[in-house]
Ligand binder design. Structure first.
Ligand SMILES: [Zn+2]
Length: 488
C-alpha cells in the first residue's frame, strides 16, 4: 500500500487503512497484515478524515457561489487543488463563462467501463441569502454550539465535501477497485439552464457515463435524538413553472371597471391556491408509507395504514395531508403561487396582471391534465395559464432491486444502528432526474443525520450542519464506497 511508504501521510493513512478492512491496531510494520474477515469489515475510525473534510467544507462555504451568478468555477478550482495534492487528475468542464463543473475519476482498469461505474454527485452552487436575517456571516463558515453555519452547509456543500472525502479515501488506500468511481461537482443545480447538469449530460456524457449514482435528495431523519429512518431518494416530482396571465382594460383608477386584471388575478389565485389535486400512489410512495407507518404514533399510524383502502382511503389521505405538509405533497400534484406582478402607479388600473405558479407533478402525471382542471376551476375567460420554458422532465424511477440500492441500504443500516431504510420520492427536484433520463440508477441521500429544524434551514436563514452529523455523513459515504467500489 502507498500508505506504508509515505511518511508524510502516515498518520492519516493509518486511519484510512483501518477504514479499508484491517484494524489499525493490527498494523505492524514489516509484517504481513492478517487476512481480512470474510464478512463486512467493521467501519474503522474516520474521525481524522472527517476533521480534514470539515476544513474543506469550511473553505467551500467561504467561496460565495450564490446562484445567480454562481461563479462555481472558483469552487471547482479549489476542489481541483485538493485532488491534485492527492495525485488525482481532474478536469474542469466549461459550461458558460465563469461556470464549470468538475469531474475526476478513479479507474478500475485501463478502459472505462460505464456499465459498472458509480458516480458521486454534488452541486457547488447555493441559493441566495437575506443577510439581515442571519445571526452570523452566511459565508463565514462560523463554528458555533457544535454546528458549522453557512449557506450550503446542508445544501449541498456538506455532501460535496463528504463525497470528496470518500473519493480521496479510496485513492489514499490504494484500494483495488471493482468499478470505476467518478466524482462530479455540478453547477447551477439551483437555477437550471445552460450551466446545469443538463449541459454536462449533453456535452460531456462520456466523461460521466455510469450505471449508478449517489447525490443529494434523501434524508437521515432524526427525531428525539435518534435516527428515526433513512429516506433514500429513488424518484422525484417534476417542477414546472406556470404563468397566470390576466388581461383587462387599462384606465383611471377613479372609475373602477369590472374586468380589472388585478381583481381577476386575485380571484383566480384564491381558487388555485386552495385547490387540492387528487391522490395518486406511486410505487415508491406506497413503499415509503408502509415503512413509516410503524414509526408513527397510534392514531397517525392507523391512518397511514388506511391510506390505500377503498372505504377509508379518502378520509385517511385528508388526515395524513393535514398532519404533515410534506406527506400532502408526496401524495398529489401541488401548486404554490410564488410571484405576483401588476401595475406601475397607484392611480392607474393596469392592463395586465401576472402570477407564477410553481407546480410539482407526480412523475407520470400530465401538466396538460392539471391545467385543464385548473381552467375549469377558475372558469374565467380573462385568465390564461401558460407553461414557462425550462420545465422539468419526468424521469423513470430508479430500481429498488439494484445492487447499489442494496449497498446503500446495508451501509446506512450499519451506520445508523439498524434504523429503517425507506425508498423515497422527493417533492423537490435534483440533478438526478437528468441522470435517470440517461438510464443511470440514481439515488439520493443527504448522508447527515438531521432534525427537522435543521432540514428546514436549507434555503432559509442560519443554515447549519451539526459537526457530529457531518462526521457521520463522511463515515457513511466512506463505508458505502468501500463496500461498493473497493475489492476486499
Ligand atoms: Zn441541493
Amino acid at each position: 500500500m502507498i500508505c506504508m511508504r509515505s511518511v508524510r501521510k502516515s498518520v492519516l493513512c493509518a486511519v484510512i487503512v483501518g477504514v479499508f478492512g484491517t484494524p489499525v491496531s493490527a498494523q505492524v510494520p514489516g509484517m504481513a497484515p492478517p487476512t481480512p474477515a470474510q464478512t463486512a469489515a467493521p467501519q474503522a475510525d474516520t474521525s481524522a478524515l472527517s476533521r480534514e473534510a470539515t476544513g474543506w467544507l469550511a473553505d467551500l462555504l467561504k467561496i460565495n457561489t450564490t446562484n445567480p451568478p454562481g461563479n462555481e468555477e472558483i469552487a471547482a478550482k479549489y476542489i481541483a487543488g485538493i485532488l491534485q495534492k492527492e495525485g488525482i487528475q481532474s478536469e474542469l468542464l466549461t459550461l458558460t463563462p465563469g461556470r464549470s463543473a468538475l469531474v475526476a475519476r478513479l479507474n478500475a482498469s485501463a478502459f472505462p467501463d460505464p456499465s459498472k461505474a458509480v458516480l458521486l454527485v454534488a452541486h457547488m452552487d447555493v441559493v441566495g441569502v437575506e443577510r439581515e436575517k442571519w445571526t452570523v456571516d452566511p459565508f463565514g463558515a462560523v463554528p458555533k454550539d457544535g454546528y458549522i453555519y453557512g449557506r450550503g452547509a446542508v445544501d449541498d456543500k456538506g455532501m460535496l465535501a463528504a463525497n470528496l472525502a470518500a473519493f480521496v479515501a479510496l485513492k489514499r488506500a490504494n484500494a483495488r477497485l471493482k468499478r470505476d468511481v467518478i466524482f462530479l461537482a455540478t453547477a447551477s443545480e439551483e437555477g437550471g439552464g445552460d450551466a446545469s447538469i443538463r449541459t454536462v449530460v449533453a456535452k460531456y456524457w462520456n466523461k460521466i457515463a455510469a450505471q449508478y449514482s449517489i447525490n443529494e435528495g434523501g434524508n437521515v431523519f432524526v427525531k428525539n435524538g435518534k435516527v428515526q429512518y433513512v429516506a433514500v431518494q429513488a424518484s422525484e416530482k417534476v417542477a414546472i413553472n406556470v404563468s397566470v396571465i390576466v388581461k383587462g382594460t387599462a384606465g383611471h383608477a377613479s372609475i373602477p371597471t369590472k374586468d380589472n386584471a388585478v381583481t381577476h388575478l386575485a380571484m383566480a389565485l384564491d381558487k388555485i391556491g386552495n385547490y387540492t389535486a387528487p391522490v395518486r400512489f406511486t410505487t415508491i410512495v406506497r413503499r415509503y408509507f408502509e415503512g413509516i407507518a410503524p414509526l408513527q404514533d397510534g392514531e397517525i399510524s392507523k391512518w397511514i395504514r388506511s391510506l390505500d383502502t377503498a372505504d377509508r382511503g379518502e378520509h385517511a389521505a385528508r388526515v395524513i395531508s393535514d398532519a404533515n405538509p410534506m406527506w400532502n405533497a408526496m401524495l398529489r400534484d401541488t401548486i404554490s403561487p410564488t410571484m405576483l406582478a401588476a401595475g406601475m402607479r397607484g392611480n392607474v388600473i393596469p392592463s395586465e396582471a401576472r402570477a407564477t405558479l410553481n407546480v410539482r407533478l407526480l412523475p407520470g402525471n400530465s401538466i396538460n391534465t392539471l391545467l385543464a382542471d385548473l381552467n375549469k376551476l377558475v372558469n374565467d375567460p380573462q385568465v390564461k395559464l401558460e407553461v414557462q420554458p425550462d420545465a422539468g422532465l419526468a424521469a423513470p424511477d430508479s430500481s429498488l432491486e439494484s445492487e447499489f440500492y442494496a449497498a446503500i441500504v446495508k451501509a446506512s443500516a450499519e451506520e445508523f444502528g439498524g434504523a429503517p431504510i425507506l425508498p423515497f420520492q422527493s417533492t423537490w427536484a435534483t440533478d438526478s432526474a437528468q441522470l435517470r433520463l440517461h438510464n443511470v440508477q440514481a439515488y439520493g441521500l443527504v448522508p447527515f443525520p438531521l432534525t427537522e429544524e435543521d432540514i428546514k434551514r436549507m434555503h432559509g436563514d442560519d443554515e447549519r450542519i451539526p459537526a457530529a452529523a457531518f462526521a457521520k455523513g463522511v463515515s457513511l459515504m466512506v463505508r458505502l464506497m468501500n463496500s461498493f467500489a473497493a475489492s476486499r
